[in-house]
Design a binder for this molecule. Sequence first.
Ligand SMILES: C[S@@+](CC[C@H](N)C(=O)[O-])C[C@H]1O[C@@H](n2cnc3c(N)ncnc32)[C@H](O)[C@@H]1O
Length: 309
Amino acid sequence: MVREKSANSIATLRSVRDAIVWAEKLLAGVDVYFGHGTDNALDEAAWLVSAAIAVPPAELAKHHRRPIAAAARARLKELVEQRIATRKPAAYLLNEAWFAGLRFYVDERVIVPRSLTGEFIRQGFTPWVDATRVRKILDLCTGSGCMAIACAVAFPSAQVDAADISNDALAVARINVDTHGLGDRVRLLQSDLFSNLAGNRYDVIITNPPYVGRAEMKTLPQEYRHEPKLALESGASGLDAITRILRDGADHLEPDGVLIAEVGHSNEALQEKFPDMPFRWLTTRHGDDSVFLLTAKQLREKPARARKR
Ligand SMILES: C[S@@+](CC[C@H](N)C(=O)[O-])C[C@H]1O[C@@H](n2cnc3c(N)ncnc32)[C@H](O)[C@@H]1O
């Protein structure tokens, strides 16, 4: 329960701005982890307030001076209490996530969209890709379908395949593809990485595969335990999925194609495992070491040979 003093004070909140400040104070003062759509208490508070008053988070600033109705205050209090008590990411409490400026339905069958690759999708992969030549894109390990759908929006002439091993995830992706009206351009496929994609070649393959190692899994904050383990863990080292993607990727790329992959904190282990692979690490707002690009040519010329131990 939200502490008595704060719970009482919610009744006295006048404006939407007051509500944001109230929620931020509560969220900042407890053991809650931010990293599933926001990375700080203020943004998380704003997101919950936007849901309570039913406006998109990007438009919230326009409503700061608006009075906040009793029903919205009650909803906000309930959301903040649930967020603190259950440690569920806000995205699951709200069944919504925002990615590349788009809204997605999410629930606990998929991880909360947050891939840094979204930055590059919105830029049409400039300057590494000639957008006018992109006809086919693959989003491998699609989860909610967020990256596939963002690609379909950024490349209006492209066909996008979105593959995942999990039928649960694909059911969520189906909801999102239909909501965004992209059923004619985004094809959902059940596949263990490339296994059901024989004969398909793409101009761009993007992937945010599972990449957490077994030991690191145990250290993750409570919020991650609400996400599917299948979406996070990838063998003892975290490198099982990306190793297979490096091995088979060239067979699924057009001659001028590129692979863009996120590997998070496993970057150093990956570099160490494949010392000859010329990974080009792309700069994101969080630094320049978790998303890499390789061309089809590089993948063909430098087969993914792991360092011998
Ligand atoms: C880190 S999540 C990424 C989801 C989505 N692309 C995103 O960024 O929000 C990884 C996804 O890979 C899927 N996955 C795990 N192992 C897989 C495999 N062997 N083949 C295909 N998909 C797999 C999981 O079901 C999960 O949806």
